[in-house]
Design a binder for this molecule. Sequence first.
Ligand SMILES: [Zn+2]
Length: 464
Amino acid sequence: MSITPARRTPPARRARRVLAPVLGLASLALVAGASTAPTAVAAPDGDGAALKDLPAYSPRLDERQPSDRRFTTARESCSDAPRELPVNEFTDHRELGVELDRIERVSEGRVDVEEIGRSNRGREIWSARVGTGDTVVMLVSEIHGNEKVGTEAVLDLLEWVGTRETAKAKRWRDELTIVAVPKMNPDGAELDRRGNDQTWSEVTARFPQLRGSEEAWNYYDTPRTGDDYAAAPGFDTNRDFNPDLDYFPRAEDFPGSSEETGWYITPEARTVRDLYRGLTAEFGEVDTYVDLHHQGACYVMPDDPDEFVTMSISGQFVADPATKPEYAEYAADYDLDYSKRLNVAVNRSLQAAAADRPLFGNITLYPQDIDLPGTALGSFALNGSGAVLFEIRGQTQTLGQRYRAVLTRAAYLGLDGMLSSIASGQVDRLDPAEYDAIPPRGPSIGSARAADEDARVLRQQQRD
Ligand SMILES: [Zn+2]
């Protein structure tokens, strides 16, 4: 993919003109492929080539598109079986550097980009900070390298808040300090896979006290979800967090498990931990922490098995520390109600947009009966941050870049509603009970569920 400073910004008039023929071709391809293609999600991009070049802050993406029926309808078969699909439309690591430079420049320095660390293979991990407010919101994307839509939404959001002179943008800048890590796991992102790129012997070289202990449970060194971890092992960095921000790895804490805390053995998790700790020192607390993920492609709405879920959200990742002795020290700071109100703001924004484009309304709650203190969200929620999980539909091994534009807009709308609500103070007046009324996720109708690694881990945990 070629790099140009002006990313996906074709003139709107040209975009409008090519819309009809592109959709026509897509429909033809769908009809032609219907009898041969076993999996609906492998069909050509139905999102409209013109619309997908719009930035996610464009309200034109809120208009209903003829192809939306294909996105939502679950009448066709759906598969979570991993496949090789193009991802070139997503912003890769090198392009991210170019794009962040551009945003810093066009925002005249309002967006401040910084290298905050390096991945295990030496790639820069960048943060982008904008706003001068007292309320800190961290936005982290691509902690799993095959979950890429959040990165696009965050970039568009940084550009919008950094360049606009509207009352809303000014309020955000005055009230908030937004600190984004658009691509937390660049090695995994370049490999288009979940885990990072790090061997156990690299861990023990850095932490010699772990020599002879068992390998971490979240170490992947055998093939999974279509990726060859045998050739290039790695860790699920989103199980490497610990609510004790000063934790140092101890041999007796391995191999661990999904319901136990992690260790900060990956440089990527340490980088985000250091950023969080630095912001806590600077501001007293990180008000809100958002992690942007993707889930399986084939979940349906609980009340309508013919409609796919666009996104699941959540504010609950750990058992209530008041009920678990080993978390007792975090009980005073933990604020589940605040996390719920933040999620309510996300949901309200998407439900409002659903009036014009119904697929934005297909929002469900991620499973609530989980206890994952080794996730970034779990660890930071225990430290008192309001926590928000986005689980956008379909990882790259099942959807590729097929619905990039519409899913980026969905993530953008959710972030926009949440940030506006924090900046205006409305979030404090929202009712946590509204969170509990968000429908639970329906079942996955996928013919192969193995690709949804989070679901596999959850099932395992529920069996334990
Ligand atoms: Zn994920």
